[in-house]
Every structure is written in structure tokens, then in C-alpha cells.
Design a protein around this ligand. Structure first.
Ligand code: WTA
Length: 673
């Protein structure tokens, strides 16, 4: 069936010798073993075209080859974008943890699965596939014994560490869904997510350690679960030696794990059973629990990990994202482990103990692919090249960027200094909702150009389109529009937890028949895509999404109303700019107000959502129907007064003048500070 399929060793040999009579075909076969079965596919670009034009055959072949099934699927896909119905690989049964662990333990039990780059520099710990499987099984048995059932949802509030990975995989093993909450979120934010997920079990650690500082994660959980009646038990692992108060509800996790067997029967899961929820911000005050399912998500994470980064057996993959975000799910955990790779769990920060931390880690762990965020790159470039060049980075082969647009200066520095000008930089565009990378410069022909600061090319099976304001598809190049996807792919989100209606309204109603990403994009004359930013009320602070409404919802006693927008920030990409109208007769110093607001936002959400700038105003520009005109506020902050646009619906035009004057005054004061 696969005329050109050869073992991976001889495949590499054939490719390097270039001795095959059917060179082009075998070149493609060496690139992707499934390819020879696709008629007419002789090059990578033909493979890409095929993956879109005959996407069912493409995904059927890749799904059969790359996942280990308990029983095969009978239907490749059953999707209808007009209704927001997405189903892949129905009839198939599998277990995700078996795909990530057992099958690699059978072939190479002593291969390193995880390298835990602990916060304390130079104290990394390695875990083989066998060890990770044992840890996962023990934890799976603890969960099962303690009543966690198939279909339940376990909330995980942990820093990036091996037990967190084992917790995710243990859920997958016994058929429970997981809901990882970023360990920087406050007790209120955690509680909201636990309640929405209806978790009966929470897994945490006594304390987190990051950048040399300790965070009281267990205490935060204690506070959160007070308002979560569904929670029956909290499993507590020990990251540090500091004891914590344990109540009747709490379970010493490692002690329980030691009592368990290292074998845990994997649950037989349907392709479309829920694998996990992950909360992300939208344009209302309530975060959305994005739902991903088993087979399609895993396949898509694995395939993108393999091809976008050109990951090969034996490579060490270093994604420095926290497991609390989708990047940590897809490219620290699921993609690399499904591919039998070695993946780094980075617990620290880019500047701890000093700004050489990333590159010290690259040298010590011999990292081959490094995947990070533009905000960190922008921060590090300010410290100077010597923090990079003093470390050996010769193992690096690919550099990746994710989470927000990477500006040309940062891109060039990343490429020239970090990568010594020899590593391709892949600017990867995707979202929590897309499950994995959708647009990136690679894979492409090996020497195909890469344009700085552009995600460029759609991945296999991805068909992006740009829409004009009337909802018509823009067919020409050198044009901008709303970025939509015209075809389903296995990694896309299936629904929003407890709110399928919101799922449909957000992603499928704006452009019927298409998945709407919420982003704007430009398509260059060459047909390459560049992301221009969010089109909705979502800000991207240091690559972390936050809805303006979520911040505005935090009313403090002095504030009558507020409007929050994103503005261009040197390091963070976007910062938070808050316009605040005080209640009548309130006399408060600006510094005190700012302290109060920051305290409130950190308590309700997380530190990263705190306003960078606060501007007091007498009133906000509103339409006659009372809607705040954020577009106007954005233009004022961008100093684009010519671009204010149509103000005819404005209730009181003098409000704008006041905002402009206030902004000028505010900027002048900040410049003096
Ligand atoms: C933005 C993170 C420009 C975008 C994986 C998207 C990007 C949102 C890029 C998703 C990129 C992500 N260039 N913008 N390479 N990657 N974004 O869900 O606005 O945390 O909609 O997923 O980040 O953020 P999320």
C-alpha cells in the first residue's frame, strides 16, 4: 500500500544518498511516509495542496498511521461548519495516555520523556518514558480508587512539573477530562473555573517556585474551594519541603501514589470523548471553557509538532510555555509525547537568576528546537547580546515564536543573535480554539523563504480565507480582512463547556459556513499571511489573552464606570489602558486609585491583567444607545485623531475632546516620571 515506505533509518539513508531512481517521490516519502499513497503528490507543496483538496484521505492516512487505535475509526469526519458541528474519527477507540506513553515504553523504555528544568538553575531532573508511565499509572490508580470516574473533570492547579504532566495523562488514562488552570490565576478566577467545570477533584502542590519566589498555591486552592460545593477532595503534591495545613478534604498525593500499583488499565475512549477543557478569555466577562476531544486533538498536536519544528527522533524539544496555556498542552505535553520525543518542562522565568537563563538551559540540555514568546524575546534583547553569546547554542536547529505578533526587531535578533543566523524562525499562529498551529513558515520546501514577522503559510489541511466587512471572501492578494477557516481540521475545538450556543455565536455565526478566528490578517502579494491582531475586545498581554470586559467587571468602590483597551507596549506587546470615571464627590489620589485597582484585578483575575495606565475621565464617549465607543478610545491612545471615523452616533461630542485633553495631560505626566 505504501510503495515508498521504508524504515526510518533507511529512509534517512536514502534521502541523504539521493540514490533513488524516483527521487522526488522518495524525497516526499522520506518527508512524510503517508505521501506516496496520495496520487500526483511529488513535492511538499503538492502534498499541502492534496491535504486541502482531499482532506479526508489525507487525515484518514495520517490518523491511521500515527495514532495507536484500540479499534479503528469508520468515519473520517462528520463536520458542518454552518452548524458548528465538528466530529472526527468516529467509531475509533483509543487511549491518549497509551499513545503518549505505553507505545514508546514498548520500543524504548529508557528514552528520556521529560527534562524538568527546575527553577533552581542547574538542577534539572530527567524522567524516562518508563518512569513517566509508572508515575501516570500510580496517579491514575489514586484517582480511580478515590472515585474519579470516566467523564468527570479534574482541575489541575500546578506549576510546570512532571507530576502536572502525569496528572494530565492520568486523567486521560482513566477517561476523566482535565482542566488545567494557570497557577498565576487568583483564588476567585480559579474558583470560577472549578465551578464551571463542576470538578469534584482538584490537584495542586503545597507551594510553587518561580524566579526564586514561592507562591502559596495550596492556600489559594483552600480559598477557592470555599465557594466550590462540587469539590470533594484536593490532592496535594509537595514541590518544596514546607509543610501546609491539611484538612479532611486534602490528600497527600505522593504518599497515596506510593501505595498504588504501577499498572493502570487504560480506559477505552471514543474519539469524540472530552480530553480536556481549557478556559480562555472572550469578549464578555465570563471565560470560555474550550473543549478538545481525544483523537483529533492528539493527532493534530503531534503532526504540527513534527512538521512545523522539523522534530526528529532524538531531538530535545524546549517549549518554555507554562502548562496552564494551550501552548503548554500541545507543545510541551501532547505533541512531543505522542511523537515519542524528549520535552523540556521549564519552571522558571527568562531572567532568573539572570537574563542568560534560556541560553544556559539550551547549552546544558542541548536543546534542538526552542519555542518561546515574543514578549520574552523583546525583554531579553534589551539586556544585550552577551547574555546569549556566552552560551553554546550550536545544538539549536529551529526557533519558534507564539502568542502574539513578533515585531521585526525582535525577529531579527532572535534569528541573528540567538540562532546565529542559521536557524529558521517559525512564527506560529494559532489559538486555544485551533488546538495546534494553523499558520507557520514551515513545513515548506527546505529552502523556501521566510519573511520576518509573518506566520506565512497554512499547515496541512488548513484553508484560511479573509473576509470583507460584508462577509464576502476576499480573493485577491495584498489585502486585509477578518481571518476565517473554510475547512474543518481535526484539532479544532468542539464546543464551549456548558454553552454550545455561545460557541456557535462566537465562531460560526459571524461568517456562516466558516470558523471565525477573531483575528484580522493581511495577505501579501505573494499570498503569505500576517496576523494584524484581534478584532474583538480581547487584549493580548505578553501573549496572554484577557477580555477587556473581564477587567472592567472589577468595580472598586470609588469607580462609577470604566473602559479598558489595549495599547502598544514595548515589552508586553499590548498593555492595559484603563479609562476610569469616578463616582460623584469621590476624592482619591491617583496613586491610591491605581493601588486599589491593581489589588482588585490581581485578586479577581491575575497580576498580568492589571492596568499599565489609568486615565481619569469625567465621562466616556458613548453612542446614543449607551454603548461605549472603544474604537474612539483606541484612536485617541494611538494619537490617530484623523482616524476617529464616524462620530455621528456619539451621544455627546464634547466627551471625545475631554478624553483627548486628558490623554495629552496623562502622557505628559508619565513622560516626566
Ligand atoms: C494571538 C495562543 C500574531 C492571536 C497559541 C490569537 C498571534 C491569540 C500569534 C490566541 C502569532 C497567537 N502572531 N498573533 N504568531 N499566535 N496570536 O488562545 O490574536 O492564548 O487569536 O493561543 O493570540 O491566544 P491563545
Amino acid at each position: 500500500m505504501w510503495p515508498c515506505v521504508v524504515s526510518s533509518f533507511s529512509r534517512r539513508l536514502v534521502a541523504s544518498l539521493g540514490v533513488c531512481g524516483r527521487r522526488k517521490c522518495c524525497g516526499t516519502a522520506a518527508f512524510m511516509p503517508e505521501a506516496p499513497a496520495f496520487e500526483g503528490v511529488r513535492s511538499r507543496s503538492e502534498l499541502r495542496d492534496f491535504s486541502v483538496s482531499d482532506s479526508e484521505r489525507f487525515w484518514a492516512a495520517v490518523g491511521n498511521q500515527r495514532l495507536s487505535w484500540i479499534s479503528p475509526f469508520h468515519t473520517v469526519q462528520d463536520c458542518d461548519l454552518t452548524q458548528g458541528r465538528i466530529k472526527w474519527f468516529e467509531g475509533g477507540k483509543l487511549n491518549v495516555s497509551v499513545n503518549c506513553l505505553d507505545r514508546h515504553v514498548h520500543t524504548s523504555p529508557d528514552r528520556v520523556a521529560l527534562i524538568w528544568e527546575r527553577d533552581e538553575q542547574g538542577s534539572e531532573v530527567k524522567y524516562t518514558y518508563r518512569e513517566l508511565l509508572e508515575m501516570t499509572c500510580r496517579l491514575g490508580n489514586v484517582l480511580r480508587r478515590r472515585g474519579v470516574k470516566r467523564g468527570d473533570c479534574v482541575t489541575i492547579y500546578m506549576p510546570t512539573c512532571p507530576l502536572a504532566v502525569a496528572a494530565m495523562l492520568a486523567c486521560a488514562r482513566i477517561g476523566a477530562a482535565h482542566n488545567v488552570v494557570f497557577a498565576g490565576f487568583s483564588a476567585d478566577a480559579l474558583a470560577e473555573r472549578i465551578r464551571d467545570a463542576e470538578s469534584n477533584t482538584v490537584i495542586t502542590v503545597n507551594q510553587g517556585v518561580r524566579g526564586g519566589k514561592f507562591t502559596e498555591l495550596k492556600k489559594t486552592v483552600d480559598e477557592a474551594v470555599q465557594s466550590c460545593p462540587s469539590v470533594q477532595q484536593v490532592l496535594v503534591a509537595m514541590r518544596t519541603d514546607t509543610p501546609v495545613v491539611m484538612t479532611a478534604r486534602d490528600v497527600a498525593m505522593e504518599e497515596e501514589m506510593l501505595k498504588e500499583d504501577v499498572v493502570c488499565e487504560p480506559a477505552v475512549m471514543n474519539s469524540e470523548d472530552v480530553l480536556f477543557l481549557l478556559y480562555t478569555s472572550g469578549s464578555t466577562g465570563k471565560p470560555k471553557g474550550i473543549v478538545h476531544t481525544q483523537a483529533g486533538y492528539l493527532l493534530y498536536a503531534a503532526l504540527t509538532h513534527r512538521y512545523v519544528f522539523s522534530y526528529h527522533d532524538g531531538d530535545v524539544f524546549g517549549c518554555v510555555a507554562d502548562i496552564g496555556w494551550i501552548t503548554g498542552h500541545s507543545y510541551t505535553v501532547y505533541g512531543p509525547l505522542a511523537n515519542g520525543g524528549t520535552t523540556v518542562l521549564f519552571e522558571s522565568t527568562p531572567i532568573y537568576p539572570d537574563p542568560g537563563r534560556y541560553w544556559n538551559t539550551v547549552e546544558r540540555l542541548k536543546i534542538n528546537q526552542f519555542y518561546g514568546a515574543p514578549t520574552a524575546i523583546r525583554l531579553l534583547l534589551k539586556y544585550g547580546d552577551h547574555w546569549v553569546t556566552k552560551y553554546d547554542r550550536s545544538t539549536l536547529k529551529t526557533l519558534g515564536s507564539v502568542g502574539e505578533p513578533i515585531n521585526t526587531e525582535a525577529w531579527e535578533w532572535y534569528h541573528r543573535v540567538v540562532g546565529d543566523g542559521r536557524c529558521p524562525v517559525v512564527d506560529t499562529w494559532w489559538q486555544t480554539e485551533t488546538g495546534g498551529i494553523c499558520i507557520a513558515p514551515r513545513p515548506s520546501e527546505p529552502d523556501a523563504e521566510i519573511v520576518p514577522g509573518m506566520a506565512m503559510r497554512p499547515f496541512f489541511g488548513i484553508k484560511p480565507v479573509l473576509m470583507d466587512t460584508e462577509g464576502k471572501v476576499l480573493t485577491s492578494n495584498n489585502t486585509s480582512g477578518a481571518l476565517c477557516m473554510a475547512q474543518p481540521w481535526p484539532g479544532m475545538a468542539r464546543t464551549i463547556r456548558n454553552n454550545h450556543q455561545r460557541f456557535i455565536e462566537t465562531y460560526y455565526q459571524p461568517y456562516p459556513g466558516y470558523f471565525f478566528t477573531g483575528d484580522g490578517a493581511y495577505r501579501s502579494a505573494q499570498g503569505y499571511y500576517q496576523i494584524t491582531g484581534r478584532l474583538d475586545d480581547v487584549i493580548n498581554v505578553s501573549g496572554h489573552r484577557i477580555g477587556t470586559a473581564e477587567i472592567e467587571d472589577n468595580q472598586c468602590s470609588a469607580v462609577a464606570e470604566s473602559a479598558v483597551i489595549g495599547f502598544s507596549h514595548d515589552i508586553k506587546g499590548e498593555g492595559v489602558y484603563a479609562f476610569v470615571v469616578l463616582k460623584k464627590n469621590i476624592d482619591i489620589k491617583e496613586d491610591d486609585l491605581s493601588r486599589q485597582l491593581n489589588k482588585m484585578v490581581s485578586k479577581k483575575i491575575a497580576k498580568y491583567a492589571c492596568p499599565d495606565v489609568i486615565q481619569l475621565a469625567n465621562r466616556l464617549p458613548k453612542t446614543r444607545s449607551g454603548k461605549i465607543m472603544r474604537r474612539v478610545l483606541r484612536k485617541v491612545v494611538e494619537r490617530d485623531l484623523d482616524g476617529l471615523g464616524d462620530l455621528s452616533t456619539l451621544d455627546d461630542p464634547t466627551a471625545v475632546q475631554e478624553i483627548v485633553e486628558g490623554h495629552n495631560k496623562n502622557s505628559a505626566q508619565r513622560a516626566l516620571k
